[in-house]
Design a protein around this ligand. Structure first.
Ligand code: B12
Ligand code: SF4
Length: 498
């Protein structure tokens, strides 16, 4: 008896997390309608499970969709379900759906896209559809009206403290929560937790920007702590991954949270900005570490101040600061996990290549200052940040997103999503090779600490093998390192998450 089915398409082969996106949507309707979650990560045959879950009472089916591998189930399953059950209303949400709404809606098998947070939009939509009343006034909605795509007004940011609690107990009856708390570098039972919406910045390569327009709102420290305590006492969570786009916006919130966590003996990780946290007082950094903060993910992006400007990185981040901050984090024993975006557009091919060389050299400098710094390398993949200088350049170069939803299933667009090969006209194969080969050698010389299966001996062997290449910039054809990565199933946090 499920009025609503909520589907989380497979996103991870092994380390799957609590499906927070779809669970938060379930929370929004929990006291009003019957629902069931189908988690593609936990099902051998999710399509069968979806079909079995459809009862006479089922009227709505919601998919959460981020770019990349989730599309492999999302697209064909939505198409098949709609063909077989045309009476079902198909609703998509999540970053892919919000940013690529045009191809999603024009596919003909998705009826509504929730544009950003669904906490109020989703129950409002269901209520209207149940009453057969107009949906035009519902904020955060995109749909086709009279043959044209119609976007309703964006809602003010949701106040996180007002949201209904996540229905963990109900999820546990469908999929055991314990199995969602996997082993990571942080602990044996790591909880994925999301505590804020948006981000106050407007980096022109970032998919958060078109959805949140430089706004951020977070749950209060006490509320986060209460949830975490519950997960610790009930299911034994011993560590936390914060999935916020920017967990550290408010120093006050971080101090309050750290004070609460002081005696919990739990390790935690989150994402933040270098310039924001560089402004934190020394006492705050020491407090965070004492309270369990062991590693923080930062978008370093590039060491070139000119490119940082073009990226609209905002704030005060500079190349000099990125290096200084890596050294500062070492003092506090917090590992900075720096992500770089290589291969941004420039006026000439020569400039693009010079920029790649510059950043390779810059990453090596960071490693000298603080060898513990984890480096994540992405190749720049455009997101539709309309109006930004960078996106204008992208369009001028001839780059276009797929027009048809099913085109996203093509291998080349999957590589695009994984930020591995972005199909951007200004990047030549030689440039991609250089970035990839450097990444392989870097991961050989400095294997990520987040690969918990890789023991000391393996680390020593691969480091030794990669040494001459790394020290002498001999990055071409690193087949021997690639072979070891393959045999040892080296895990890349940039694809599989932390
Ligand atoms: C967890 C996570 C993952 C996990 C997947 C976890 C899982 N499901 O098992 C892993 C680590 C595997 C992953 C991988 C990737 N991810 Co990811 N991921 C996230 C992360 C950190 C959290 C998602 C989450 O739980 N959010 C919490 C919920 C509550 O928020 P939400 O998803 O926005 O949901 C709300 C609304 O969007 C809406 N909504 C969402 N779904 C639905 C569905 C319906 C029916 C409705 C009505 C509403 C609705 O309502 C929700 C409540 O308000 C986000 C960043 C973020 N902060 O969201 C990135 C993020 C979604 N990932 C991103 C990317 C790019 C990827 C990758 C493709 C690439 C990469 N290299 O990182 C890979 C590959 C994906 C894959 N394998 O499919 C980007 C997407 C950017 C873009 N271009 O659109 C994000 C935004 C990170 C970023 N800032 O760049 N990811
Ligand atoms: S600071 Fe991070 S999350 Fe915020 S807009 Fe920039 S890249 Fe996106």
């Amino acid at each position: 008896m499920n009025k609503i089915i909520l589907f989380n398409p497979r996103s991870a082969n092994k380390k799957y997390r609590i499906p927070n996106s779809i669970l938060q949507v379930a929370a929004s309707i929990n006291d009003q309608y019957s629902w069931v979650i189908v988690d593609g990560n936990r099902e051998l045959n999710p399509h069968n499970k979806l079909t079995e879950s459809i009862t006479n009472e089922t009227k709505y089916i919601g998919f959460t969709v981020m770019p990349g591998p989730q599309l492999k189930q999302a697209i064909p399953f939505a198409k098949l379900l709609k063909q077989k059950h045309p009476q079902l209303t198909m609703i998509w949400g999540g970053y892919f759906a919000s940013n690529q709404y045009k191809s999603v809606l024009e596919s003909g098998y998705v009826d509504y896209v929730i544009n950003g947070p669904g906490d109020y939009a989703f129950p409002a939509l269901i209520k209207s559809l149940e009453k057969n009343s107009t949906v035009d006034e519902i904020e955060n909605l995109i749909y086709i009206k009279n043959g044209h795509i119609h976007k309703t007004k964006k809602a003010e940011l949701v106040n996180y403290d007002d949201l209904k609690p996540l229905p963990y107990d109900q999820l546990d009856t469908m999929y055991s929560i314990e199995k969602y708390l996997g082993k990571t570098y942080l602990g044996n039972k790591t909880l994925a937790y999301h505590s804020s919406f948006g981000c106050p910045f407007t980096c022109s390569f970032c998919a958060v920007v078109p959805i949140y327009n430089a706004k951020w709102k977070g749950k209060c420290a006490q509320g986060i702590y209460d949830d975490i305590r519950l997960m610790k006492l009930k299911w034994g969570a011993d560590s936390i991954e914060f999935h916020d786009n920017n967990f550290f916006v408010s120093e006050k919130r971080v101090i309050e949270f750290s004070n609460l966590m002081m005696n919990e003996n739990m390790i935690w990780w989150g994402e933040g900005r270098i310039d924001t946290i560089h402004k934190y007082k020394d006492e705050t950094l020491a407090l965070m570490r004492a309270a369990g903060c062991k590693m923080i993910f930062f978008g370093a992006e590039t060491g070139n101040d000119e490119v940082l400007k073009k990226m609209d990185k905002g704030g005060t981040q500079t190349g000099k600061q990125i290096i200084e901050f890596a050294a500062r984090m070492k003092k506090f024993d917090i590992i900075p996990e720096y992500s770089f975006v290589l291969g941004t557009p420039a006026d000439t091919e020569d400039e693009v290549m010079k920029q790649i060389d510059f950043d390779i050299d810059f990453i090596k400098k960071i490693k000298t200052v603080n060898p513990d710094t984890e480096i994540i390398i992405y190749v720049y993949s455009p997101v539709p940040t309309e109006g930004s200088e960078m996106y204008e350049k992208v369009l001028a170069s001839g780059f276009r997103f797929p027009q048809k939803l099913e085109d996203w299933l093509d291998d080349k667009w999957e590589n695009f999503d994984l930020r591995k090969n972005p199909l951007t006209p200004w990047l030549t194969p030689a440039m991609i090779d250089k970035i990839k080969n450097f990444e392989t050698v870097l991961n050989g010389y400095y294997p990520t600490v987040s690969d918990v299966r890789m023991g000391k001996i393996k680390r020593r062997i691969i480091k030794q093998i990669s040494k001459i290449r790394y020290q002498n910039n001999l990055f071409k054809y690193p087949y021997e390192i690639k072979a070891l990565h393959k045999i040892w199933k080296y895990r890349q946090p940039e694809i599989e998450g932390f």
